[in-house]
Ligand binder design. Structure first.
Ligand code: NAI
Length: 251
């Protein structure tokens, strides 16, 4: 079912699509007709690989590729595979991300580096390596966060990385406009996924109290906005941040 959005003939890559929001996005793009690449990063127990294969098994002609987005050489190799096997790229969704929350008193240099490497350099690596593949009319969507705007407590690394993603989105939108490629960011608030289930209950309660819609968001509520930004009809929206946060932050 294409939900009014026809992505037939398009090739889409969603980073970190083995679970959570990324898995939701890759399923939605495939549902709307795109041929999809499911990306995962190797982990010691093989959970990510198994989950990526399970996501891909439900999609038509999906390709599964291992790649740590924070490693520029692995990203270049992934893009090379996409060029060889799929001929190009029409949609890139930079979704992969991690959380390592600690207050400034406790944060380590490693916590800072890991989050910046994956959440910000990962987006840069993918955009830069995808440039030769992205066809005219292409769509890039970067998953940012409300934390970039609110400066979430204990999120120096995460908020700074996501604020960087917002700035990178605007630069990329300007530089790719000539090719008719649009570049936008989606900034989710608190969405019920593995990432937020690890937050302390009192922190979740404090956040919930500040959300006008008085609930956390669902994966589908983020997915619909991303699918809209990837649609052929959405050709005049670029360099924007779309907030999906139940009113937690109103620009
Ligand atoms: P999640 O933890 O369920 O999924 C993250 C995905 O990224 C996983 O598939 C993971 O394996 C993958 N990943 C992690 N490091 C990677 C790497 N180096 N290379 C490739 N893939 C990697 O998290 P969730 O909630 O689905 O988050 C998805 C995106 O949405 C992230 O960028 C996150 O920062 C963002 N976000 C999530 C919010 C939430 O409330 N869940 C709120 C705001 C933003």
């Amino acid at each position: 079912m294409n939900h009014g959005i026809d992505l037939a003939g398009k090739v889409a890559l969603v980073t970190g699509s083995s679970r959570g929001i990324g898995a939701g996005i890759v399923r939605a793009l495939a549902d709307r007709g795109a041929r999809c690449v499911v990306n995962y990063v190797d982990d010691p127990d093989g959970r990510n690989r198994a989950e990526a294969q399970s996501v891909a098994s439900g999609l038509k002609d999906a390709v599964v590729l291992q790649c740590d987005v924070g490693d520029a050489a692995q990203v270049a190799a992934m893009m090379d595979q996409i060029r060889q096997r799929l001929g190009g790229l029409d949609i890139l969704v930079n979704n992969a991300g991690i959380l390592r929350d600690r207050t400034l008193k406790k944060i380590t240099a490693q916590d800072w580096d890991d989050v910046l490497r994956i959440n910000l350099s990962g987006v840069f690596n993918c955009i830069r390596s995808a440039l030769p593949l992205v066809r005219p009319g292409g769509r890039i969507v970067n998953i940012a966060s409300v934390s970039a705007f609110l400066g979430g407590f204990g999120q120096a690394n995460y908020a700074a990385a996501k604020a960087g993603v917002v700035a990178l989105t605007k630069v990329t939108a300007r530089e790719l406009a000539k090719q008719g490629v649009t570049v936008n960011a989606v900034a989710p608030g608190v969405i019920d996924t593995d990432m937020t289930r690890v937050l302390p209950p009192e922190a979740l309660k404090r956040l919930l109290d500040q959300i006008p819609l008085a609930r956390f968001g669902t994966i589908d509520e983020v997915v619909h906005v991303v699918a809209f930004l990837c649609s052929p009809a959405c050709g005049y929206v670029t360099g924007q941040v779309i907030h999906v946060n139940g009113g937690l932050f109103m620009p």
